[in-house]
Write a new protein. Structure first.
Length: 181
C-alpha cells in the first residue's frame, strides 16, 4: 500500500505496531485537547473464525483502551505481487458499505492496517456467527424464515449493484444470521 490511496481509504488506516502477542493501534482522540497523548488500543488474537478464498478471519479481543467494541473479527489477506488493484477495491467496498445508511445489510469496518505481507481489515464481530452456522444449528429452517433470509440477501446485493459493486463470493459464511435469531 502506498500514498496514492484515496482520502476515503486513507482515513480508515489504523496506525499500528505489532508487539507479540498484541496488535496496538494509536489514535488521536477527537474528544481530547490536541495536546493530549494519543489513545492506545491493544488487541489480542483469541482464535481463528474461518478461512476463505482470500485468507482467514480471526477473532481478537481488546485487552486495553477499548472505545465501543470489546471484540472484532479481523480479515487477514496475504499481499501478493500485482494484487494492489484487487486489495484497493476490497477496501473501497468494505469502507463504503460501513456507512450508517447501509447498516441494515452490511457489517461495519473499524479500519485496516498492514504488515509487509498482510492486509488486515478489522470488522464488526457477530457473536452468533454467520448464516451458515445458523442454518446448520437450526435446520431445517421454516419456509417463511428462508424467504426472509433470501430477501435480505437480495436487498443487500441490489444495494451493492446500485452502487456499482459486485459481490464475487456470496455464500452463507459471509452473511450475517437473521437479526432476531
Amino acid at each position: 500500500m502506498d500514498n496514492s490511496l484515496s482520502d476515503l481509504i486513507r482515513d480508515y488506516k489504523l496506525w499500528t505496531r505489532f508487539e507479540k502477542p498484541h496488535t496496538i493501534h494509536l489514535f488521536n482522540d477527537p474528544d481530547e485537547p490536541p495536546s493530549s497523548p494519543q489513545r492506545l488500543e491493544q488487541w489480542k488474537k483469541n482464535r481463528t473464525l474461518g478461512h476463505g478464498g482470500q485468507g482467514r478471519v480471526v477473532l481478537q479481543t481488546c485487552t486495553r483502551g477499548s472505545r465501543g467494541y470489546a471484540q472484532r473479527a479481523v480479515k487477514m489477506i496475504p499481499l501478493k505481487e500485482g494484487g494492489r488493484r484487487e486489495y484497493l477495491r476490497e477496501l473501497e467496498a468494505i469502507i463504503k458499505f460501513s456507512h450508517d445508511k447501509y447498516a441494515k445489510h452490511f457489517a461495519k469496518t473499524m479500519g485496516y492496517y498492514t504488515s509487509k505481507r498482510t492486509l488486515y481489515i478489522a470488522m464488526e464481530y457477530f457473536s452468533k456467527g454467520d448464516l451458515g452456522t445458523y442454518a446448520l444449528e437450526y435446520a431445517p429452517l421454516p419456509e417463511d424464515e428462508c424467504r426472509e433470509i433470501a430477501s435480505q440477501i437480495l436487498r443487500g446485493l441490489a444495494t451493492m449493484h446500485q452502487e456499482r459493486f459486485a459481490h464475487r463470493d456470496v455464500k452463507p459464511q459471509v452473511c450475517n444470521p437473521p437479526p432476531n435469531s
